[in-house]
Ligand binder design. Structure first.
Ligand code: FMN
Length: 307
């Protein structure tokens, strides 16, 4: 018997009480929603909805489609209240002693740094650069797919802020190259992965279901791809990774950790489940550790590379 298990993790110098966070996208752009997430779910940290320089209205509905089997397609269009709300969002984390990671997306290399500095000044725990939104022109994936532009964005940001720089990438074919460039440029953590471009067509009208036509695939369908990306990037760089894509239960979370992630984020799981799903996953991670006689969760990080 291992006695009490330890699920605390240290990632980019940030101490997390356990490895399960809320990822960017759902419930992370309004103080009252973050408040509810923290009170009911007790996540290790909350990543805000991606904030841009100005308010964005996003696309008209439908912006999200349920595909069944806990998989979704979304094209929200990065609707968000703008970086001006950052202080208010961070203050909720301060109140509950829960780190708030601020996700930002700029329209240029310089704008990324400008937004990151605002987040730093607002006392965010880290900045997550969204270099991977698959359905918004002029932001996100258009910049982050290119290793050289990624290098410039990350370098500019990491040299301008004191808090850790997290870089969120998509499941692209060149994700190893882009990961390498991000780390070279000073990224402290890689957040893997964002959604994968997908589409759904209504067979009676012949129309694409999403207003934006193309959206991002998330949930269960994304999970094996995300696990593969985390596995390959960890194998190459042995860096700090946060895994995201299809975490709905303790099994999917543990898989990420065994592949090399120190922590996980969940997003789609919060579309149809209450925040308490986070607490349940943490409790089952602890039971699993007791069952297999592992005392510290960090002993599991990357273990699948050794067996
Ligand atoms: C409705 C919705 C909105 C999202 N918005 C963002 C966003 O603003 N910024 C971002 O980096 N990722 C965003 N994502 C992507 C998620 O953070 C995550 O990378 C992806 O959904 C895979 O995780 P999941 O399977 O747990 O949903 C969004 C996802 C969904 C479903």
């Amino acid at each position: 018997m291992v006695g009490e298990v330890i699920v605390e993790v240290l990632i980019s110098g940030l101490r997390l009480k356990h490895p399960v966070m809320v990822g960017s996208g759902v419930l992370g752009d309004r103080p009252e929603l973050i408040n509810r997430l923290i009170r009911e779910g007790e996540p290790a940290a909350v990543v805000t909805k991606t904030l841009t320089k100005d308010v964005r209205e996003g696309y008209l509905p439908p912006i999200i489609v349920e595909l069944g089997c806990n998989s979704y397609l979304n094209a929200v269009g990065l609707a968000n209240p703008g970086i001006k709300v950052v202080k208010e969002l961070v203050s909720i984390g301060v109140k509950y002693d829960t780190p708030i990671v601020v996700s930002v997306a700029g329209s240029s290399v310089e704008e990324f740094a400008e937004l990151a500095v605002i987040a730093d000044e607002a006392k965010a725990s880290a900045v997550e650069l969204n270099l991977s939104c698959p359905h918004v022109k002029g932001l996100g994936a258009e910049l982050g797919r290119d290793p050289q532009t990624t290098y410039e964005v990350v370098k500019n940001v990491s040299s301008a802020i004191k808090i850790p720089t997290w870089v969120k990438l998509g499941p692209w074919d060149n994700v190893i190259d882009v990961s390498g460039k991000s780390l070279e440029a000073g990224a402290n953590v890689l957040v893997l992965v964002n959604t994968l471009r997908g589409m759904k067509i209504d067979i009676y009208s012949g129309r694409p279901v999403l207003t934006a036509r193309i959206g991002g695939l998330s949930g269960h369908a994304l999970h094996p791809i995300a696990i593969r990306v985390v596995y390959e990037v960890f194998k190459e760089f042995k860096c700090d990774i946060v895994g995201v894509g299809g975490v709905f239960n303790y099994e999917t979370a543990i898989e990420f950790i065994l592949a090399g992630a120190k922590a996980v984020q969940l997003v789609s799981a919060l579309i149809n489940n209450p925040p308490s799903i986070i607490k349940e996953i943490v409790s089952l991670i602890k039971s699993y550790m007791s069952e297999i006689n592992v005392r510290r969760v960090d002993e599991l990080v990357g273990l699948s590379h050794k067996v």
